[in-house]
Design a protein around this ligand. Sequence first.
Ligand SMILES: [Zn+2]
Length: 414
Amino acid sequence: MTLVLAGATLIDGTGRPPLPDAAVVIEGDRITAAGRRAALSWPAAAEVVELGGRTLIPGLIDAHDHLASHGYGLPTRWGLDEPASTAHLRTARVLADTLAMGYTTVRDAGGLDAGFKLAIEQGLIGGPRLVVALGIISPTGGIGDRVSPSGHDCCGAWDPLLPETVANGPDRARDVVRAMVRAGADVIKTATTGGASSRAGHGPKDPAFSSPEMEALVGESHALGRRVMCHALGGPGLGTALAAGVDSIEHGCYLDEEPELLAEMAGRGVFLVPTLTVYVYHRESPAPHVRARALALYEHHIATVQRALEMGISIAAGTDAGGHGHPKNALELGYLVEAGLSPMQALRAATQWAAQCLGLERDLGTVESGRLADLVAVDGNPLDDVKLLLEPARIHLVVKGGAIAADRRPAVVR
Ligand SMILES: [Zn+2]
């Protein structure tokens, strides 16, 4: 079966200028041709979807989300305030809503087990393609060590699909990576610093993990064919992560204070996933220490994004949504534009560059022959205003793997 999306202005994700009156030809789950409509042909029996007046972009990618997180309060984070089944169904709703907003791929940075990916692949529920980390690996006292402000350990039920995330010592770091991979992790998530929302006493510049521990963790991940995404905001943990060979720095708020590390990222092709969205949210946090950290890092974070752009570091869009952003993942594009990216660069950060960050650029991120057919038709042109992507009514059509996944076209009377 051939599906043709015809008549839209095509922004293909490669940075090429928009192409008016384009057509994209899809056979099965792949794109077989994309270009000027007048220059392409297709079988007479093809289903042609007319998209005149709309803009067609690659399926959007969020490179850092927490789809199974529904709030920052302790009862919610520890799964105490509702049955696990209710929480899972809530997550399924988030997955469906996220796809309907044009997000055809999401990298989950912890909290979502691989069963959701299976359920989507088997067609039990709708949702984006998933790249899952399962959990955040840290040493005792790091952000993967779930303790309450009173010092209690997490009392939630242990789930074998979400393995233990605390690792102390190189051998244990290898062990935990292997357990993650056994449970279905596509990517390894770790943390070498505290964060904005981490416990008081473990802030954005406080380190976690020694160099031997990180070298073991990254070495084992790479040996098993998994990339490493590393939460690191500032201070010595940034250098520990980069020296160990991580593939992306998540957040990276205080990288502006480390020009030699930015140069290393540019030279080695390490991605930056700033996740500006979550810090806007934390500026309003009810917890005073979280609010103060988010306010203090803001100017550094913007400067970091600008330095990264100047130095040619690839930026991937991620929201760190979970309890605040679902399904407004496109907020990040607006914040990236405010930080200095052009709308085209912001769009590439959520398509081609994000696909590269995930190591999936051969399949995803651009509208080109041979790629998986993940596309979004938008009412209006996001290059005029990327915030259009936040309006559900403007997400006209979502195609994932050649199948129509969300459709706001007026019902056709037959
Ligand atoms: Zn995160």
